[in-house]
Design a protein around this ligand. Structure first.
Ligand SMILES: Nc1ncnc2c1ncn2[C@@H]1O[C@H](COP(=O)(O)OP(=O)(O)OP(=O)(O)O)[C@@H](O)[C@H]1O
Ligand SMILES: [Mg+2]
Length: 508
C-alpha cells in the first residue's frame, strides 16, 4: 500500500502542490527519499526517524521509499519533515490514511518530535482552503494559518499531539487569527525634528503619493532621523494589502510572532547588502529586501556606499513593481511595489556646500562621489531634497506644534482619495498610475501645461521624468484638495512645486 499526504513547494509566491507518497515494501531495510530533494529535505530522514523513536515507534525493517511528486520539481526547505513523518505513520497504520488525505501538512521536526515553525504557512493555508482541504502546521503558526479563512486547521505542538487527535483521545482546538502590530508605542515622532521644513514637506508628499525620495545633505542634518519617522505617518495596511504583504513575509519566515502584519513594512538594509539580499534569489529562492518592503518603504541610508550592481538591480523592480529572479531551471517572480527612500551626503567629507568645512578636494570629490549613482537610478527618484545643516538657533527652539499624528491624518486622507480614484484600475497610489490614465487624472491647466513644457526642455527631463512630475503634481493637488474640501485639478503651482523637487543634483 502507498500512503499519501499533500504538502507544498514554493515558486516565488506561487504554491505548488506536492504529493508525498510513502511505500513500505519487501527488501533490505532502507529509507530513501526521491523527487529532487535538497540537502535539508534529505536530512529530514534523520529527524523523522528520531521523532518517531521519541514516541516509542521504530521504523519497520522494510524498504521504505518516500517519493515527492512531481518528481522533476526541486524540493527545498525543512517543512517536508512533518508530511514525511505523517506519511510513514499512515503507512504503519498508526494514523488513518483516508483522514490524512483531507489535509495538507507542513512543519519541521525536532529530534524529540516537537514541531518548529517554517516559512510559507500562510500561502500554504490559502492554497489548502482553495482546494477544500485542511491544514496541519506547527502550533506556533496556527494564528497565521487562521487568516486564510474557513478551513480546518490542526496546529499541533508535536507529532504525538497529532496522533492523539487522530485517535480521538485528545482533540486539538482550532487556532484563532492573530494580528501583530509591528508598530510599537515608541515609534519616533516628527516632532523631534527641529527646522527642516522643506524636508518634512517632501516626506509628507512622499508618504501621501507613495513617491520615491532622496535626501541629500551634510552629516548630522537629520536625514536618517527624517526617514525613520516615515512609518509613523504612513497609513496602516488595508486588510487585502495586509494579506498580500504577510504572504511574502511568511515565505521568508519574518512574520512577527506568527501574526498578520498590519503596519507597512519599513526595511533598512545595511549598505553592505548584496544583490541577492536586495532583489532576492541566491542558493535558495527567497524574497529580497525589495519584496519584503512590498507596499511599504525601502530605506537605503548612505546610498552611494551600496555596491554598484546592487543599486542597478533596483531599476527593474522600481519600474515594474516586481522582482524577477532567474534560477538555473526557471524564473520566479516576487511582488516588489515599494517606495524607495534614500539618504546620502553630497560628497565624501559631506560638507560640499560649506566652504569653511569642505575638504580641499571639493568640488571634485563631490563629482566622484555622486558619480557612483547612475543616471537611470536617479531618474526614478521623484523627489530630490537638500537637507542643509540645522542652525544652532533652531535646535534651541521648543518642539514644533505639529507632530506625526497631524501629518498622518493628512496622508491618510490623500491616500483614501487615491484609492477611490483608482479603484477600477487595480492600483492604489499616484506613484503607480501610468499611460492614458495618468494623462486623464493629472492633466494640468493651461498655465501648468505651458510651465511643464518649458521646464521639461530647460531641465532636459526624460519622458519618465516628465511623467513623474505629473504624478507628484497630482499628489500635491490631492493634499490641497483635502485642505480646501473640494476637488482640485492639477494647476500651475502644483507643477512648479513638483519641478522644484526634480532638480539636477549639485555638482553634476
Ligand atoms: N533637525 C534636527 N533636529 C533635532 N536633532 C537633530 C536634527 N538633525 C540632527 N539631529 C541630531 O543629530 C543626530 C544625527 O542625525 P542623523 O543621524 O539623522 O544625521 P544624518 O543626516 O543621517 O547624518 P549622516 O549623513 O552622518 O548619516 C540625531 O540623532 C539628532 O540627535
Ligand atoms: Mg544618516
Amino acid at each position: 500500500m502507498v500512503a499519501h499526504i499533500c504538502t507544498v513547494a514554493f515558486q516565488g509566491v506561487d504554491v505548488v502542490e506536492v504529493d508525498v507518497q510513502v511505500q513500505m515494501g519487501a527488501g533490505l531495510p532502507a529509507f530513501t527519499i526521491v523527487g529532487l530533494p535538497d540537502k535539508a529535505v534529505g536530512e529530514s530522514r534523520e529527524r523523522v526517524r528520531a521523532a518517531l523513536n521519541s514516541m516509542g515507534l521504530a521504523l519497520p525493517p522494510k524498504r521504505i521509499t518516500v517519493n515527492l511528486a512531481p518528481a522533476d520539481l526541486a524540493k527545498e526547505g525543512s517543512h517536508f519533515d512533518l508530511p514525511i513523518a505523517l506519511g510513514l505513520l499512515a503507512a504503519m497504520d498508526v494514523v488513518p490514511n483516508d483522514t490524512l488525505s483531507q489535509y495538507s501538512a507542513l512543519g519541521e521536526l525536532a529530534l524529540d518530535g516537537a514541531l518548529a515553525p517554517v516559512a510559507g504557512v500562510l500561502p500554504a493555508a490559502i492554497d489548502a482552503s482553495a482546494r477544500d482541504r485542511g491544514l496541519i502546521c506547527p502550533a506556533a503558526q496556527g494564528g497565521e494559518a487562521a487568516w486564510a479563512g474557513d478551513l480546518d486547521i490542526l496546529a499541533a505542538p508535536d507529532v504525538l499531539a497529532l496522533v492523539n487527535h487522530f485517535k480521538g483521545t485528545q482533540m486539538l482546538s482550532a487556532p484563532t487569527a492573530r494580528a501583530h502590530d509591528i508598530m510599537s508605542a515608541n515609534t519616533p515622532d516628527l516632532r523631534d525634528i527641529k527646522g527642516q521644513e522643506t524636508a518634512k514637506r517632501a516626506l509628507e508628499i512622499a508618504a501621501a503619493g507613495g513617491h520615491n525620495l532622496l535626501l541629500s545633505g551634510p552629516p548630522g542634518a537629520g536625514k536618517s532621523m527624517l526617514a525613520q519617522r516615515l512609518p509613523g505617518i504612513l497609513p496602516p495596511l488595508s486588510s487585502a494589502e495586509a494579506l498580500e504583504v504577510s504572504m511574502i513575509h511568511s515565505l521568508s519566515n519574518t512574520l512577527p510572532e506568527g501574526g498578520l502584519m498590519t503596519q507597512r513594512p519599513f526595511r533598512d538594509p545595511h549598505h553592505s547588502a548584496s544583490l541577492a539580499a536586495l532583489v532576492g534569489g541566491g542558493m535558495r529562492a527567497k524574497p529580497g529586501e525589495v519584496s519584503l518592503a512590498h507596499r511599504g518603504v525601502l530605506f537605503l541610508d548612505e546610498l552611494p556606499e551600496f555596491a554598484r550592481g546592487a543599486l542597478e538591480s533596483l531599476r527593474q523592480p522600481l519600474e515594474s513593481g516586481r522582482a524577477v529572479v532567474a534560477r538555473a531551471n526557471n524564473h520566479v517572480t516576487y511582488p516588489a511595489r515599494f517606495q524607495l527612500i534614500a539618504a546620502m551626503n553630497p560628497c565624501r567629507c559631506g560638507h560640499l556646500d560649506d566652504p569653511a568645512l569642505a575638504c580641499s578636494r571639493a568640488p571634485k570629490c563631490a563629482v566622484d562621489y555622486q558619480a557612483r549613482l547612475s543616471g537611470p537610478l536617479l531618474d526614478r527618484i521623484d523627489l530630490h531634497v537638500d537637507v542643509p545643516a540645522v542652525a544652532i538657533a533652531d535646535l534651541a527652539l521648543p518642539p514644533p506644534a505639529e507632530g506625526s499624528a497631524e501629518v498622518a491624518a493628512r496622508v491618510a486622507a490623500a491616500r483614501s482619495m487615491q484609492e477611490a480614484r483608482y479603484k477600477d484600475d487595480g492600483i492604489l497610489t499616484n506613484a503607480e498610475v501610468d499611460g492614458e490614465r495618468l494623462e486623464a487624472v493629472a492633466a494640468p491647466d493651461e498655465a501648468g501645461k505651458a510651465l511643464l513644457v518649458e521646464a521639461a526642455e530647460k531641465l532636459k527631463l526624460s519622458a519618465r521624468g516628465y511623467h513623474r512630475v505629473l504624478r507628484v503634481a497630482r499628489t500635491l493637488a490631492d493634499l490641497e484638495s483635502n485642505e480646501s474640501g473640494s476637488r482640485i485639478p492639477v494647476q500651475r503651482q502644483h507643477i512648479a512645486e513638483a519641478l522644484s523637487y526634480r532638480r539636477v543634483m549639485p555638482g553634476r
